[in-house]
Design a protein around this ligand. Structure first.
Ligand SMILES: C[S@@+](CC[C@H](N)C(=O)[O-])C[C@H]1O[C@@H](n2cnc3c(N)ncnc32)[C@H](O)[C@@H]1O
Length: 309
């Protein structure tokens, strides 16, 4: 098991995908290579993306140590939202299954230098892709009070968003807010103590989602992946908070529905045909939740490409 990241629901995911020898799977969120390793262990082949070069380098090193895996995986530094281009540039027409394990890896959180952690201390950063310009430092120091308030409220579902945004803007007048500890202390000074974990969690989640543009295009990416699946092949998506889970749930529901016209219309004008059937929704077992507390908020959703699609 990797110390970089413990894969969530690995057995449930492999069972859902029904991984078979020689078949090709897309792992859009490689991370520490936990799910990719499980696929390779079962004889599958993998094309994987991650937008974080550190994840690609780590997994390449990890996978290269097992000679049996040689020649069965391709790792690409890219956003899974570009799945169609990635498959095309590798001359891949169709997939036998796909997995997305959304969010950030334990390594990204635990490494203070990456600036994601509300409990550690490091320069505010939060970029999964360190080649991109926008970082948490820019969001916290340059966004207007209204923008900050909207982001913290919408992406963090934080009811004290206005108060936090106001405080951030007051403090940064003196000198920029540069560290995760500074931001965490500001949030703590605005939010009443709670029994439900660190009060800075929601604000950090919100800023991370904004920095990495995590929600926009997620539904479209799921559709593009489904498009690439062979009939009978499955997609498994693990989410960690309600905002991304809602998008995946709604996308699966739309893909599983024949007509998506407004209910008030007397006849169908959309000609939409269902392309998947929904297989189910799963939570980690109690024993997994005890062994890996980070798995607690995970939800796995699985859908299968229809034969007629
Ligand atoms: C929860 S971890 C995945 C862990 C992995 N399944 C494992 O078992 O080791 C999420 C990973 O996906 C990456 N990621 C998140 N959103 C991405 C996106 N849109 N495109 C590519 N990679 C993404 C992150 O950089 C991170 O490395």
């Amino acid at each position: 098991m990797s110390e970089y990241h413990i894969p969530v629901m690995p057995t449930e995911c492999m069972d859902a995908l029904d991984v078979k020898q020689g078949k090709l799977y897309f792992d859009g969120t490689l991370g520490g290579g936990g799910h990719t390793s499980e696929i390779l262990k079962r004889g599958g082949r993998v094309i994987a993306t991650d937008r974080d070069m550190e994840a690609i380098d780590y997994s390449r090193m990890r996978l290269s140590q097992i000679s049996d895996y040689n020649g069965r995986y391709t790792l690409v530094k890219d956003n899974f939202k570009n799945v169609s281009d990635v498959l095309k540039s590798h001359e891949i027409d169709s997939l036998d299954g796909a997995i997305l394990d959304l969010g950030i890896s334990s390594h990204q959180v635990d490494e203070n230098l990456r600036g994601f952690s509300y409990s550690g201390d490091g320069l505010l950063d939060m970029r999964m892709d360190r080649d991109q310009y926008l970082s948490a430092m820019t969001v916290v120091n340059e966004y207007t009070e209204d923008e900050l308030s909207r982001i913290i409220y919408t992406y963090g579902e934080e009811r004290f968003a206005r108060r936090i945004a106001k405080k951030i803007c007051e403090i940064r007048v003196g000198s920029p807010i540069e560290t995760t500890k500074q931001l965490s202390d500001i949030v703590k000074s605005c939010v009443p103590e709670s029994k439900h974990g660190n009060p800075a969690k929601k604000t950090f989640q919100a800023i991370r989602i904004e920095v990495n543009n995590e929600l926009s295009g997620l539904g479209e990416a799921v559709c593009d992946i489904v498009e690439a699946l062979k009939p009978g092949a499955r997609i498994a998506v693990i989410t960690f908070h309600s905002l991304e889970d809602r998008i995946v749930k709604q996308t699966f529901k739309t893909l599983a529905t024949d007509c998506i016209c407004d209910k008030s219309l007397p006849v169908c004008i959309c000609n939409h045909k269902a392309s998947v059937k929904i297989i189910g929704k799963y939570k980690p077992s109690t024993s997994e939740q005890t062994a890996n507390s980070r798995s607690k908020s995970a939800t796995l959703r699985v859908a299968e490409k229809l034969n007629r699609a």
